[in-house]
Design a protein. Structure first.
Length: 374
């Protein structure tokens, strides 16, 4: 809410708080036919009820006090003005469902139930059996509706926490990628630039001694600088979010160019996986395929994706020489494990007649419901 601007109801609830004000016209209609103090007291209390309804949307620590006052207004109006005003109980029934603590929720629900049945007991002799049966179904709805409201609010809170968790994961992914790029620049590009510097110094010395060798070294500098430019482009392209489908196409091209037969099995769409999960899995797949090309000396590489309820499993298996047991964390495997930790994933490695990487990632499916009502 902007400073100095009065907000009647919180904007996040939309039009619903205003819509349910329509139900205040019926109590106003009943009060209209009263005379004397009942007429004035009735409208004053109805106005007070309206204030409590508004305040309950904003109340923090005073929430319980406003709720008790609202229930008291309903109790007084239904006892001394008109028994039909008892239906205003749907309003406090809604707000009771906002309690997160079980003890407070059930305490409020019991007290509310007592306040609802009290007017019926007092006016019992004035009600005919048909009128009594008319009230009972609505009273039962009042008493059970807080459970539904509480369940809906709990679900919305869980979704809010999940959104916050996804935002934190995104920040962690960005931070991890910045660290990875910094490591790549230091390990790869830094070495290349150092090489260019040394060769440049050598060319300067050779210009007066061996012109042909100086030309050769100059061409080497050009080749090395082009390689550095290519590395920078690769680092920049890595920052773009990619899907599993796109990475599989790239993996197929890389493997075929290296003379390694590529076989794939499974559904690459992964519709239940978020963009963050797909991006991290794509980077892990790229690292794994790069390892196969550079280190495995394999003739075949098989990739399979299995999407079960609640998890995704990706298998990358080759028929190469296997993994060096003295270097289990080498060849980028540590980077894969670190990325998977960001999404609670795991990496299992087996080395028998080649190497097999098994990546497992949990998937949380979100179902959203629109609308908030009283």
């Amino acid at each position: 809410m902007a400073k100095g601007k009065l907000e009647i109801f919180p904007s996040r609830y939309g039009f619903f708080p205003y819509m349910f004000l329509v139900y205040l016209f019926m109590p106003g209609y009943y009060i209209y036919f009263e005379r004397g103090w009942k007429l004035y007291a009735g409208y004053v209390l109805l106005g007070l009820f309206l204030i409590t309804y508004r305040q309950l949307y904003f109340a923090g620590r005073s929430f319980t006090s406003w709720l008790i006052l609202q229930i008291a207004v309903v109790l007084f109006l239904s006892i001394f003005i008109n028994i039909n005003i008892l239906f205003l109980g749907f309003f406090p029934a809604h707000f009771i469902g906002w309690y997160e603590e079980r003890k407070k929720f059930y305490t409020a629900l019991v007290l509310f139930g007592l306040s609802i049945f009290t007017p019926l007991i007092i006016h019992y002799n004035q009600l005919n059996p048909n009128a009594l049966f008319y009230f009972i179904p609505f009273i039962l709805i009042m008493l059970f509706s807080p459970f539904g409201i509480r369940s809906m609010n709990s679900r919305m809170e869980l979704e809010r926490q999940l959104d916050e968790a996804n935002e934190r994961i995104e920040e962690l992914v960005k931070r991890e990628e910045r660290l990875r790029i910094a490591r790549d620049l230091h390990d790869t590009l830094g070495h290349t630039l150092s090489l260019i510097t040394l060769k440049s110094q050598l060319v300067g010395k050779l210009l007066t001694k061996d012109i042909e060798r100086a030309k050769h070294e100059a061409k080497e500098i050009e080749r090395t600088s082009r390689s550095a430019l290519s590395q920078v482009r690769e680092l920049v392209s890595d920052m773009r979010a990619i899907t599993i489908s796109e990475e599989l196409q790239a993996s197929s091209a890389i493997l075929e160019a290296a003379g390694i037969a590529f076989q794939y099995q499974g559904d690459s769409r992964l519709e239940e996986a978020s963009g963050i999960t797909q991006n991290i899995l794509s980077m892990c797949l790229r690292e794994a395929v790069t390892n196969v090309v550079k280190h495995s000396q394999a003739k075949n590489c098989h990739i399979s994706i299995i999407e079960n309820e609640g998890e995704i499993m990706i298998s990358i298996q080759d028929d190469g020489r296997g993994m060096d047991e003295n270097c289990p964390e080498g060849n980028g495997l540590k980077g894969i494990s670190e990325r998977l930790e960001l999404i609670d994933g795991s990496l299992k490695i087996t080395s028998y007649k080649g190497t097999k990487l098994m990546i497992t990632v949990p998937v949380i499916v979100k179902e959203r419901e629109a609308g908030v009502g009283s």
